[in-house]
Design a protein around this ligand. Structure first.
Ligand SMILES: Cc1cc2nc3c(=O)[nH]c(=O)nc-3n(C[C@H](O)[C@H](O)[C@H](O)COP(=O)(O)OP(=O)(O)OC[C@H]3O[C@@H](n4cnc5c(N)ncnc54)[C@H](O)[C@@H]3O)c2cc1C
Length: 492
């Protein structure tokens, strides 16, 4: 039985651990923080339970497929609720677009806003479905070591329909005219860490995921997925060591042989490094064993970081629903303040999640659990004063929209931003979501999943393939585990 180690206990690390154990290896996960989940950790204070990172449960099939690989189902661990409305986009106090759960309801919304748009929406979603199916079956579960992996007859035959060389912006605008529908259809690009101008229209598969597959919520919070994966890993005899920092990967005779950790040395036959790729290479490996130099990372387009507020409010706020996107400012201006001229935004867009609308267990009776997220460029100067300024600005915009008071009812508040991402996850420039899924950073063009110099080191997580997001992180762990397992079996 080979002795394998996983650095990092986020979704990719937990997924990799479960698959390596399934392949018959002895597995230990080392996680620097005191709890698992990585960017999806949670904390509880004063009767509130806050998910620290992800809040959107999209692509339920990926979670089902993951647990299915172990003859389990998601409902063996947590119960899912489909949100209805799935989410709302606030363009103005009196101009709010709610996205119903049912597809017929969505057709009605489109038709009311832009007469005749239903026919186009049906075509758009049919294309998105095709891309989603090809993507899931033929593209996403590949290690992306070479373009040859994608050169199957089906992929080549359908390449024109995948719209790899058309931008999402051009694609959406060729279908819809009304700016609100355009914003609604472009918004899922933000999940991929990029703007619609910069990602290929292949990713309209995300619109299919968002509109046709529904927006779900695991009762108890997103952390229930982490707990489920931890239980699964434990049932597969994975050892999990939390509060343990890996400080060095020692290489001997061309193979990773030992980890130096804050809890002692650990000898290994193979490793999957799932912490932020830049940190895993630059800080844990000697220079001759790294895939990339420092300037490689400088040239990459990173997904944004974000300023987050976890807020407990001592009353109910009527006009909020579970997911609220405040698009009452210019997305293009805010985007350029992230990607082109990185700076703190003048008039930001932001997102408010209020899970206590769906789940009584996340806030005390009669109170509201509010998570506020504002995307910002990574690498900006992050101070308490700046955070506070945005808190005041954002809360006052929420108050205006809700026509209600909020500030004086805040009973708990904690902020989280660039400095915390660096301290807690060793995140390069404090990024939140890894690398943007631009065309130049897709598949083979992403940081490689394998270490080209040390054969028993593989990487997984949001900085390598397939990309940022919970479903991709789970898939990444699966691919890396099968690559390491194949290598170890060949090396025997
Ligand atoms: C605020 C926020 C909101 C998000 N919202 C959504 C959403 O709604 N839906 C969605 O699908 N996705 C969302 N995402 C993206 C998603 O959460 C991530 O892509 C995913 O969780 C990344 O998982 P990972 O395993 O790649 O990395 P991580 O979660 O970062 O895990 C890596 C782990 O490695 C550990 N580590 C690092 N260095 C070391 C070391 N030297 N020794 C030991 N351990 C180490 C870290 O502590 C960390 O726990 C969001 C992300 C953020 C930050």
């Amino acid at each position: 039985m080979s002795k394998t180690a996983i650095i990092g206990g986020g979704f990719s690390g937990l997924s990799a651990a479960c698959f390596l154990a399934k392949h018959g290896h002895d597995v230990t996960v080392f996680e620097k923080n005191s709890s698992l989940g990585g960017r999806a950790r949670s904390f509880s204070e004063q009767g509130f339970m806050f998910d620290m990172g992800p809040s959107w449960y999209w692509m339920p099939d990926v979670f089902e497929k993951f647990f299915g690989e172990f003859d389990r189902r998601t409902d063996d661990y947590y119960s899912l609720v489909q949100l209805d409305p799935g989410f709302q986009v606030i363009f103005d106090k009196d101009d709010v677009l709610q996205v119903p759960a049912s597809i017929d309801g969505i057709y009605d919304v489109f038709e009311q806003i832009e007469p005749g748009s239903v026919v186009k929406l049906k075509k758009f979603l049919a294309e998105g479905k095709f891309k989603y199916e090809v993507g899931m079956q033929k593209l996403v579960y590949k290690p992306s070591f070479s373009w040859r992996e994608f050169a199957t007859i089906e992929v080549l035959a359908s390449s024109a329909r995948l719209h790899l060389f058309r931008t999402m912006r051009a694609h959406v605008r060729s279908y819809f005219k009304d700016e609100r529908l355009v914003a609604l259809m472009e918004f899922p690009s933000l999940f991929l860490g990029a703007t619609a101008q910069n990602i290929p229209a292949l990713y309209s598969l995300m619109n299919y995921a968002a509109l046709s597959m529904g927006t779900w919520y695991p009762k108890g919070g997103m952390v229930e997925i982490v707990i489920a994966m931890e239980h699964l890993a434990s049932s597969l005899k994975v050892d999990i060591v939390t509060g343990c920092v890996v400080s060095k990967i020692e290489v001997d005779k061309g193979e990773a042989a030992k980890l130096d950790t804050s809890k002692g040395d650990f000898f290994i036959d193979g490793i999957i490094a799932t912490g932020d790729y830049h940190h895993m290479e630059q800080n844990l490996l000697d220079v001759q064993h790294r895939n990339y130099k420092e300037n490689y990372w400088d040239k990459k387009t990173f997904a944004p970081s974000c300023l987050i507020f976890y807020v407990g409010v001592s009353k109910k706020i009527k006009k909020l629903i579970h997911h609220n996107l405040f698009f009452d400012a210019s997305l293009d201006v805010h985007s350029s303040e992230i990607y082109e001229l990185p700076q703190w935004p003048a008039n930001p867009l932001f997102y408010v999640c209020c899970p206590s609308k769906t789940d009584d267990s996340v806030a005390p009776d009669g109170m509201e659990n509010i998570f506020i997220l504002m995307p910002v460029a990574s690498g900006l100067k992050d101070t308490e004063e700046i955070r506070e300024r945005y808190f005041n600005l954002i809360v006052s915009r929420i108050e205006q929209y809700c026509e209600d008071t909020l500030m004086q009812h805040v009973v708990f508040k904690k902020s989280y931003c660039i400095n915390d991402f660096m301290n807690d996850y060793h995140a390069y420039k404090g990024n939140a979501y890894g690398l943007a899924n631009t065309l130049r950073q897709t598949a083979v063009l992403k940081p490689s999943m394998r270490n080209k110099k040390v054969k028993n080191i593989f990487y997984a997580g949001q900085l390598t393939v397939p990309g940022p997001g919970v479903p991709p992180a789970i898939i990444s762990g699966q691919i890396a585990a099968s690559q390491l397992s194949n290598y170890l079996k060949r090396a025997l």
